[in-house]
Write a protein that binds this ligand. Structure first.
Ligand code: PRX
Length: 637
């Protein structure tokens, strides 16, 4: 057995699950023995969901990077830790062994220190998917600084909001990023963001695209120059900062149903144990396997299953800079063949998009190395599931449908590859330590099988969020106040006759577009910033590839020279304020919105109109102006 805690049979899973429910402290203490601690815990778990306050491995001391790097450098220094595949297939790929990655992380830890970083500082990372991104993340953890990675597709305004919220003092970025046939001027976007971020004292810039950038005296420096200074001193080690179990490891911003994105906080020990345990068990990783998670490190999937989960397990993690469809739709399959990928973990939206290109791009590609397939981020429809199974897995690779969230740190509900049974479009069973419950609108727990309701958790697991940065009350009200003594996920869910869970999608005002979370309120605020816009309402509608598309109803009182031009202007505003990922797919101009007499927008009606379900709009008599519904239907896009 590669890992003593790897569950290799259905029976082993059931036993572990039972133990994790009956004696959670004993269960997790046993698992935690498999890590490197500077001091072991005094208490495994202390918690209440009221405040909420959750502490795992209280009193323990560690540095997560000793678990991700040092211990593997001792036992397997020459095993590849990161295999990097660039955007452009003609550029050489890179391999960093555990020893090389360790040295690079230590060197960059020195760079951070030399630039004034201290334990507890918040450091914003806005970088392309190059190994240096993982290096920067790990170097923050090494020195005890808290990283806040911002996805490379977010706008200057979004970055500024995140930097201000966390009061970051350092930004690590690159001159630019390659993405398909585009190049994104990261540094210039950072420069715009920093006009309003006086907390930032240093910007460290990696060279990637070699485009001209403006470097500000005293504030900005080049990654390469800083590394050279460290190399000249011959420094290859960096003594890790010894952290408390519950010290913050990172902040990751995510959208909710109200207001601005919130900074989900994860802490050192619990997150480490959780990502490692779920990585080893869900994917059934075997030493030597090449694990390819196609996510960006800017999202939680990349944090947990490119960086911390795999590296803490001594695995080989493949990092891909590009997109699935450039230069053509065979890019993933070419990478699988080239690097002999064993585990492929991607999003349903990518599968559906590649499905649309037909089988030609798979033809001639050797996919024999594949052993396990995974999906994450949104419900997978059966058609896509079967396409993945037949054409990519050739019916010999188990598919794990992993359900989880930024807030959960790692997978909570999934089958274990080849160990527990898969069921198309079902995430299936909870992992050990996970206690899902379904509740009705009033918060009554729905017992038994063959039922559906809102998905909650009744017991903490090590990887759960601890707070939302700088605003604990927001954490409490968002996740712990809807239902008493339960963590509320925001997802609807059904449990079949055998106890398998199927996640049906969000029940709050959050959209899931191509696996990305978009808050409707946040997007409406952005659209309303456009000078001509009076008011707007956003709803989701089923989209063949993206899962959900964004439908905007907009009251516009500016002057249209041409409606399409106005749409482009609005999209431009959204791109500036949030980023291109939040651009609506459809913008319908309306003269009013369906509102109740108290002024509340009836989203239920708009959702039905966007979905094309015009027969059954429900009661519209309580509307302030029922006629408006007719108008909206008549002009539906
Ligand atoms: O609605 C669920 C959906 O994605 C949401 C979490 O989004 P985010 O925090 O961005 O994290 C995505 C990557 C973990 C959930 O509330 N979701 C995630 N995985 C699945 C899913 N829906 C159905 N099936 C899944 N496997």
């Amino acid at each position: 057995m590669a890992y003593s805690y790897q569950l290799e049979t259905d029976e082993a899973y059931r036993k572990a699950y039972q133990k994790s429910i009956e004696t959670p402290e004993l269960f997790w203490a046993d698992i935690a023995e498999n890590f490197r601690w500077r001091k072991k815990w005094d208490e495994v778990l202390r918690w209440n969901f009221k405040e909420p306050k959750v502490e795992w491995f209280r009193g323990a001391k560690l540095n997560i990077t000793e678990n991700c790097l040092d211990r593997w450098v001792e036992t397997q220094p020459d095993i590849p830790a990161i295999v990097w595949e660039p955007n452009d297939p003609d550029e050489a790929s890179r391999i960093l062994t555990y020893k090389e990655l360790y040295e690079k992380v230590c060197q960059f830890a020195h760079v951070l220190k030399n630039n004034g970083a201290k334990r507890g500082d918040r450091i914003c990372i806005y970088m392309p998917m190059v190994p240096e991104l993982a290096i920067a993340v790990l170097a923050c953890a090494r020195i005890g600084a808290i990283h806040s990675v911002v996805f490379g597709g977010f706008s200057a305004q979004s970055i500024a909001d995140r930097i201000q919220d966390a009061q970051c003092n350092i930004v690590v970025t690159a001159d630019g990023a390659y993405r398909g046939n585009k190049s994104i001027p990261l540094k210039s976007i950072i420069d715009d963001a920093l006009c309003n971020c006086p907390s930032v004292k240093k910007v460290i810039v990696l060279t990637r695209t070699s485009i001209p950038v403006s470097m500000m005296k005293e504030r900005d420096c080049w990654w390469e120059d800083e590394i050279k200074k460290v190399e000249e001193k011959g420094l290859k080690n960096f003594e890790p900062e010894i952290m408390e179990a519950e010290d913050m490891l990172f902040i990751l911003y995510t959208s909710g149903s109200t207001g601005k994105p919130k900074g989900v906080v994860h802490t050192c020990a619990g997150y480490m144990v959780w990502t490692n345990y779920t990585f080893v068990n869900v994917f059934q990783y075997q030493p030597g396997d090449v694990h390819f998670c196609t996510a960006d490190i800017g999202w939680v999937t990349g944090h947990s299953y490119i960086v911390y989960g795999p590296l803490s397990a001594g695995a080989t993690s493949l990092m891909f800079e590009g997109i699935p469809t450039w230069p053509d739709a065979g890019r993933f399959w070419e990478i699988v063949e080239k690097h002999k990928v064993n585990i492929l973990y991607t999003a349903p939206t990518a599968i559906r998009s590649l499905m649309g290109f037909g089988l030609d791009s798979i033809k001639g590609k050797n996919l024999d190395s594949l052993k396990v397939l995974g999906t994450v981020g949104e419900p997978i429809n059966e058609e896509a599931w079967h396409w993945y199974d037949e054409n990519i897995g050739k019916r010999k690779c188990p598919i794990v449908d992993t359900w989880w969230q930024t807030e959960t740190g790692g997978t909570l509900i999934s089958n274990l590859a080849g160990v527990t049974k898969a069921k198309p479009s079902f995430a299936t069973l909870p992992l050990p330590g996970v206690q899902p419950v379904l509740v009705d609108e009033k918060g009554n727990v729905i017992e038994g099988n063959g039922v559906s309701g809102n998905l909650c958790m009744r017991f903490p697991w090590p990887g759960m969020l601890r707070t939302t940065y700088g605003d604990h009350e927001r954490c409490r009200t968002t996740y712990f106040s809807t239902y008493e003594n339960l963590y509320f996920t925001g997802d609807g869910c059904l449990r079949d006759e055998e106890g398998n869970y199927r996640i049906t999608g969000r029940v709050d005002d959050v959209l899931n577009v191509s696996g990305h979370r978009i808050g409707t309120a946040e997007l409406e605020n952005a659209i309303n910033m456009h000078t001509g816009v009076v008011e707007s309402a956003i709803v989701g509608y089923p989209h063949d590839i993206k899962g959900q598309g964004i439908y905007a109803f907009v009251i516009f009182n500016g002057i249209h020279t041409d409606e399409n031009h106005t749409r482009q202007d609005i999209n431009q505003t959204v791109t500036k304020i949030i980023g291109a990922i939040a651009k609506p797919d459809k913008i319908q101009f309306v003269s009013g919105l369906p509102k109740t007499r108290s002024g509340k927008i009836m989203r239920r009606i708009l959702r039905k109109i966007a979905e094309g379900e015009l027969q059954n709009l429900g009661d519209t008599t309580t509307l302030l102006d029922p006629m408006i519904v007719e108008e909206i239907i008549a002009n539906r896009l």
